[in-house]
Design a protein around this ligand. Structure first.
Ligand SMILES: *Cc1c(COP(=O)(O)O)cnc(C)c1O
Length: 399
């Protein structure tokens, strides 16, 4: 973050009031810094891509979720440019208030086809989708069963819903079965990421589906890191495993290179969410140009399965280099203490690689790590260089 001086002519808040909050902030920040948990924003001077420019240096980028290299794709850019000229820059209001425009409607049609579902509804982000959908579906008197390593937006959605939250051990279907049997409730909803964002492992979706059907529970999945990556058409891990989850959340912001997210499922589900999800009802729709970019990305996925093949070639190359399984494009190298992760990341930066340290609360205490994400846009040479650097760096940090 860069501090900027107050602009001339702008009145400053009364110093007394500002002083109180400023003191709170300073106290909290120094506590974070002491624990090596302070975060800051780095300014990038380039588009997203396999290589990015940071502080005047070109770095190989292994920290982005742009898995297919679509965030700077000429066809997506052109679709956005055209829609921007035709439809303008903003959506004007909540879609329920002012209506939605052509590109938004076209995107939702494309997404429901893509998912093979009756209907889809677009949200302004994956965070908003999870928070809105969960609180639309369950409430007081209901129970939501959540994998211990679910994404923060799922956790926050559970909290906001006021349903009772039952956390099951990560990926442990046996534990979930016990908890389901022991927890009577009006409605029971199981929710899981399909690809876990900080570990890159996969949810046991088939077993979860079987259990939910036996128990009469609903199943909601978050495909944020699986969209564009798994499945014959790139629709996600449900598609790859032929699992039919009741509620599917996907994002346009990761492999699809844009912004926004969607929920897909039955027509009634979508209608209920549209009526009840407060992050939809009380939030302005995505700009039409952003919707047009999303639709172009879904089209690109259809037309170019080669992108996904190239991604998996790179996943295999990195897996082989590190001696790890080729499960997903996310590789998690746990080092333990936040300070160790920061030092490893700084050392990689000096060697020309952007590999960010991931620390609590994003991951549990004692599991700070380097998170490496691979893209279709990397070359095998990029990956070989990373493997050499990671080997020597982690060897240094862990004698
Ligand atoms: C990134 C992510 C989200 C949030 O999506 P945004 O579009 O970035 O808000 C939701 N769920 C999971 C699992 C994610 O990794």
């Amino acid at each position: 973050m860069t501090a900027s001086a107050p602009r001339a002519g702008v009145a400053r808040a009364s110093p007394g009031h500002q002083g109180v909050v400023d003191a709170w902030a300073r106290g909290e920040l120094s506590a974070l810094e002491e624990r090596s948990l302070l975060r800051r924003l780095d300014r990038l001077d380039s588009p997203q891509g396999p290589s990015v420019r940071l502080a005047g240096r070109q770095l190989l980028n292994f920290s982005s979720n742009d898995y297919l290299g679509l965030a700077f794709d000429p066809r997506l850019i052109e679709a956005g440019r055209r829609a921007l000229a035709e439809w303008g820059s903003g959506a004007g209001a909540s879609r329920l208030v002012v209506g939605h425009q052509g590109p938004g409607a076209a995107l939702e049609r494309a997404l429901s086809d893509f998912e093979g579902c009756e209907a889809a509804l677009v949200f302004s982000s994956g965070y908003a989708a999870n928070v809105g959908v969960l609180s639309a579906l369950v409430g007081e008197g209901d129970a939501v069963f959540s994998d211990a390593l679910n994404h923060a937006s799922v956790i926050d959605g559970c909290r906001l819903s006021r349903a009772s939250i039952v956390r099951y051990r990560h990926g442990d279907v046996g534990h979930l079965a016990e908890l389901l049997k022991a927890t009577p409730a009006r409605r029971r909803l199981v929710v899981t990421d399909t690809v876990f964002s900080m570990d890159g492992d996969l949810a046991p979706l088939r077993e979860l589906q079987r259990l939910c059907r036996e128990e009469g529970a609903g199943l909601m999945v978050d495909e944020a890191h699986a969209t564009g990556v798994f499945g014959e058409g790139g629709a996600g891990l449900c598609q790859a495993l032929e699992v039919d989850a009741d509620v599917r959340v996907g994002t346009l912001s990761k492999a699809l290179g844009g912004a926004g997210a969607w929920v897909a499922g039955s027509r009634a589900l979508i209608e209920l969410v549209l009526n009840r999800a407060r992050s939809f009802v009380f939030s302005t729709g995505l700009p039409p140009a952003v919707c047009a970019v999303g639709e172009a990305a879904v089209t690109r996925l259809h037309e170019e399965p080669e992108l996904r093949r190239r991604l998996w070639r790179n996943v295999e190359a990195l897996a082989t280099g590190l001696g790890l399984p080729a499960t997903s494009p996310i590789f998690s190298l746990v080092v333990g203490a936040p300070q160790v992760a920061l030092e490893a990341s700084a050392s990689l930066l000096r060697q020309g690689f952007l590999v960010k340290a991931i620390r609590p609360p994003t991951v549990p205490d004692g599991t700070s790590r380097l998170r490496v994400s691979v893209s279709a846009a990397h070359t095998v040479g990029d990956i070989e260089r990373l493997v050499v650097a990671l080997r020597s760096t982690l060897h240094e940090e862990r004698p």
